[in-house]
Design a binder for this molecule. Structure first.
Ligand code: ADP
Ligand code: MG
Length: 704
């Protein structure tokens, strides 16, 4: 690469004409713009069409903006001295309109003097029945301005502080013009000629120029495409290379056989037939663990699709090959549930299973530690307590991580050190993730998908009720309880308003107890501020059927399994996100009975809330719901994406750019297949950019 180019893009922003030390400081603080490159990658968020001119008599407050061409008839200062404004009468052949300035009037007075022609650009408002344009952009008609005005004009994000130093969108646009005028021969290409040719990608320099100063919509579209491709391509290249490096550096334990434990369980104790999807996924996992490579696999499946059973059978394969296995769950409740269902399924087999959480007593903990090290303990189930350094295994071969998004990446890395070489890792995600997002977030993992629910499941019938219909909802609950079913009632508990929410929950609980009084009814309550032991006690009462109603916060969101519960009432449903609603609904419909989910909301709903509620009422498909969620919220807000760092996208939109993600991935994959170390001369540009981009990144290859 030509070193002069590098220097240009790395030039500190204060060297740009028009950026003094003050503005430079603000650009750094407000937009993290330190260099020319940083400014160049502040991409416009929209464009306005500056080819359209309105006549003065067409101006209406309904337009988002108008552009006029004309002259100034007169200027007057109005108002009290402390509150002065400049009124300029602007006219063209169709009429006259007032332009107003409340600040900077003196400067404007000077600028607007004389018999000149101007272009005015702004948003019209109405004051006492009169239409005017406050603080428009105004520029003299000159050759340069005409050229500018006759194109799509970029609009940039700015901040209050930047605006106060003249760097509103227009101000940034002006800086960009200066910068772009200088980029010629200074922007190194990063993509190989092969790819540029094959996919007809615009040159990088031209793309940067066009994205900020598009000549026409067609060129703009091409520039966007090129820059998105580049962004996504290098992400995919990194993820796929991590996988290559990992597979080269870390050998995996070879689980060569399926033996006694697996076969006995499969033939004698399997409580039901596996679904086709479960079978397929177990096969994929078996193949992986026998390949000599370390498995890093994401297991995706909707709530209730039977991931736990897949995890169990995977663990049995580890045991059959002389290894230990463990499951890490995000909460104590969930760990306890796994422990119970798994010990029950393994009851008749000579396999020792133990539970280890933060509330395990010291004396028990000691025993568990010992048995782990001697190898008499085969399967350990627990929370993050299991990650502590004191927890040492004799020979750990498999780690199952449930509800992956709750764990930080660094936490997971600790588990790799629990054996002389990294154990196999199976990550189970309960939140379905749209494909493009999965490809980007977990692009270095292999993915297995369970896309089939166990037979006999009846779709959950979901309805939306307003608070005013509560008595009818109570009536319905009574009917269901009368035929032997149980009911969940869930309240939101969101941290910022924790106290208020807790009160809300307790009020709700009291009104439930009034409507469902003993001795006919019994009600349990569980929330995050209760002691673990109390929580567990209340949960158990509900699990055993001693109580018919469980009033809870989202602590029950993950994993709780009570097949007899057939009604899920969600209070203030408008306050929950889509994936959370779907998770909660997944708590019912686990038995053979017809199940119901009732979303309670207040009467007034925002547009987004309406979409969320309607989506829930209309669909039971977790992947479909996840797509809507991604469109509504963008990837940054989806659970688990914050710590990933890969979603710091400058121009791409994972909800919209599905095809580009796929293309970028297949290109990256093909290149690595032919040239895994990027040594071919034709890949030199790619290699250099890759190194450049990843200089400051953590070594993610150690992380599952
Ligand atoms: P999730 O994927 O949400 O973790 P679980 O593993 O908790 O789902 O399974 C949900 C329920 O379905 C459990 O009660 C489990 O026993 C049951 N189940 C799992 N696999 C099957 C199957 N093949 N046939 C029938 N029921 C199954
Ligand atoms: Mg589960």
């Amino acid at each position: 690469m030509n070193s002069r180019s590098q220097t240009f893009l790395d030039t500190p922003i204060e060297y740009l004409k028009g950026v003094g030390p003050q503005r430079a400081d603000l650009l750094k603080k407000e937009l993290q713009v330190f260099t020319f490159y940083d400014l160049l990658t502040q991409f416009p968020f929209r464009y306005v069409d500056r080819t359209r001119f309105y006549k003065v008599n067409e101006v209406s407050i309904d337009y988002p903006y108008v552009q006029l061409r004309g002259k100034i008839k007169s200027m007057t200062m109005a108002g009290k001295p402390r509150n002065q404004r400049l009124i300029a009468k602007f006219y063209d052949e169709s009429g006259t309109i007032d332009l107003l300035w409340f600040a900077g009037a003196k400067w404007m007075l000077d600028k607007l003097k004389g018999e000149k022609e101007f272009i005015v650009f702004g948003k019209a408002t109405s004051f006492k029945g009169q239409i005017n344009i406050p603080h428009p952009e105004i520029e003299e008609v000159s050759e340069e301005n005409t050229r500018l005005a006759s194109s799509l004009q970029a609009v940039y994000n700015s901040t209050e502080k930047l605006k106060s130093k003249g760097l509103d969108s227009r101000g940034i646009y002006k800086l960009m013009r200066v910068l772009v005028a200088n980029i010629h021969k200074n922007i190194p290409e990063t993509i190989s000629d092969e790819l540029l040719g094959e996919y007809k990608l615009m040159q990088r320099e031209r793309a940067f120029q066009t994205i900020h100063l598009p000549e026409n919509p067609e060129a703009l579209r091409k520039a966007e495409y090129r820059l998105k491709f580049e962004e996504l391509f290098f992400i995919q290249l990194r993820l796929l290379r991590l996988k290559v490096i990992r597979q080269k550096n870390f050998k995996g334990f070879v689980f060569g056989k399926v033996g006694e434990y697996f076969n006995t369980f499969y033939t004698q104790y399997l409580p039901f037939d596996l679904t086709g999807a479960q079978k397929r996924v177990i096969k994929e996992i078996r193949y992986d663990m026998g390949s000599g490579k370390q498995m890093n696999r994401l297991l995706q499946g909707d709530v209730g699709s039977g991931k736990t059973l897949v995890a169990l059978m995977t663990m049995l394969i580890a045991l059959d090959n002389g290894f230990q296995a463990c499951i890490i769950a995000p909460t104590e409740i969930l760990a306890a549930q796994h422990y119970e269902s798994i010990s029950k399924m393994l009851e008749k087999l000579p396999i020792k299973v133990e539970l280890l959480t933060g509330s395990t007593k010291k004396s028990n903990r000691k025993i568990v530690h010992e048995q782990l090290q001697t190898g008499t303990l085969h399967i350990l189930i627990g929370t993050h307590a299991l990650m502590e350094d004191a927890v040492l295994f004799k020979n750990l071969g498999l780690i199952v991580i449930d509800e992956q998004h709750r764990f930080g990446v660094a936490q997971r890395a600790r588990m790799w050190k629990k054996n002389t070489q990294p154990p196999h890792v199976l990550i189970m995600s309960a939140t379905p993730i749209p494909r493009t997002l999965a490809m980007t977030l977990y692009g270095d993992l292999d993915v297995s998908i369970i896309d089939e629910l166990p037979p006999g499941r009846k779709p959950i019938s979901t309805s939306h009720k307003f608070d005013s219909q509560r008595l009818r909802v109570f009536g319905f609950m009574k009917e269901q309880i009368a035929i032997g079913r149980q009911v969940y009632i869930v309240y939101p508990l969101i941290e910022e308003s924790e106290k208020l929410d807790l009160k809300n929950l307790m009020d709700g609980y009291e009104s439930i107890v009034r409507a469902f009084a003993p001795p006919d009814y019994r009600v349990s309550i569980v929330h995050g501020q209760m002691k673990a032991a109390d929580k567990n006690f209340e949960m158990q009462r509900f699990v055993k059927g001693e109580t018919q109603i469980m009033v809870a916060t989202t602590v029950i969101e993950v994993g709780v399994n009570v097949p007899n519960a057939s009604v899920m009432v969600i209070e203030n449903a408008e306050r929950f996100g889509l994936s959370q609603l779907h998770q909660l609904r997944g708590r019912v419909g686990r038995g053979a009975d017809k199940s119901y989910c009732i979303l309670m909301t207040s009467f007034k709903l925002s547009a987004d809330s309406k979409i969320r509620i309607n989506t829930m009422v209309g669909s039971n498909d977790g992947f479909e719901i996840a797509e809507v969620d991604l469109r509504l919220r963008g990837p940054g807000d989806l659970s688990g994406t914050q710590q990933s760092g890969v979603l710091d996208l400058k121009i791409s939109d994972l909800a919209k750019d599905v095809q580009i993600v796929q293309l970028a991935r297949s290109c990256a994959s093909q290149i690595l297949a032919e040239d895994p170390t990027l040594e071919k001369p034709s890949n030199q540009r790619i290699a250099q950019q890759y190194v450049q981009l990843n200089q400051n990144k953590t070594n993610w290859s150690r992380i599952s």
